[in-house]
Design a protein around this ligand. Sequence first.
Ligand SMILES: Nc1nc2c(c(=O)[nH]1)N[C@H]1C(S)=C(S)[C@@H](COP(=O)(O)O)O[C@H]1N2
Ligand SMILES: [Mo]
Length: 398
Amino acid sequence: MKIDDKLRRLAPPRVGPFRPDAFDSPLHDERTAAWLGVALGITFTACFLTGLVSHGIQHPPSWLAWFPRPSWIYRVTQGIHVTTGIASIPLLLAKLWSVYPRLWAWPPLESLANTLERLSLLPLVGGSLFLLFSGVASVSRWLPFSSSISFPPAHYAAAWITIGALVVHVGAKIGATRTALARGARRGDGSAPMPAAAKGLSRRGFLGSIAGATVTLVAVTVGQTLRPLAWVGALAPRDPRIGPQGVPVNKTAAQARVADIATDPAYRLVVEGAIASPLVLSLDDLRAMPQREARLPIACVDGWSAMALWRGVALRDVLAAAGSGVEAQATVYSMQRSGAPYSHSDVDAAQIADPDTLLALECNGEVLHLDHGFPVRLIGPNRPGVQQTKWLAKVVVR
Ligand SMILES: Nc1nc2c(c(=O)[nH]1)N[C@H]1C(S)=C(S)[C@@H](COP(=O)(O)O)O[C@H]1N2
Ligand SMILES: [Mo]
């Protein structure tokens, strides 16, 4: 006798969650789960794709040259990444609540396909919860997950596991979802039609509340990147309007332990590497070179962003003065010794060719604030905030 036949003959235990009427709310039906599934499919896909963009820019494979224009692309993709992640929280909790009675489906294992589908829920649910929890913890700078060394690779690996499980899940459920959405109200267990006036919240009321919670959560957080909504950003980790020179600070000079060397009057910027001889520039030398202005955002990986007017020397002018070729790539190094990613960042040929890739000396009309990277910081169009290296000591041409 086949194993599933044996199981089927076992009478289900008639206790606790196995009682036939254990879950009589109509909100546990397939249609509620299907609508929430569609919404989660949209937010998870958008979140995954924008996450891939962010990972790709920061760890570029050899075939990927990230374009500097338009300068707002990363600001938008990363805003979408964090916003769709936040929007997924109420949707996922509602979905889990709606479907959890099925954990007690009887018999527990029916066929090979059904078993695999149920097993894929483990990485799907576990991965989703980990992604949302670690993401929120990271943007809130909660230490165990703050965007340090372990968060990005763990978050990235979990994203692939979760998306893999999601593909299996969607493949298994798409038929049932289509039918449930097409045919209208019916009880998920097929036993009885939904009563015309079911007690408690109606499906419409339930889905409406979840939609309302999702919109509210987005509204009170998206102000960290959407300036017009900054005033309602009660739960936003950052207020993009607050900070020295009107720009938030990610890490202060004191925290980075550079305050003393950054304010040393003997400061020199060294340009070295694949050039005939190193170029050593004082702050006055840099101020004497042609200055350029650019309106560019700081778009942090954490999802906040703020626009500012930057003024300084085009990186390509400095490289030209150092006698470097036009196809050069460069790495800029900070005085900060903490290691990657804050201690240095790469600037590829397309970024260098862009005249708005600046060694900035001023922000919003004032000498760069110490916490924004005085005396010199890199600022370039369409770069993730983490690559806008502050307190520059050295430019190495490659
Ligand atoms: N040397 C150094 N540069 C740095 C950082 C840092 O911690 N150290 N933080 C980066 C990050 S994550 C962001 S979002 C921007 C923030 O710039 P701001 O503090 O001037 O707003 O600086 C980037 N440059
Ligand atoms: Mo950042």
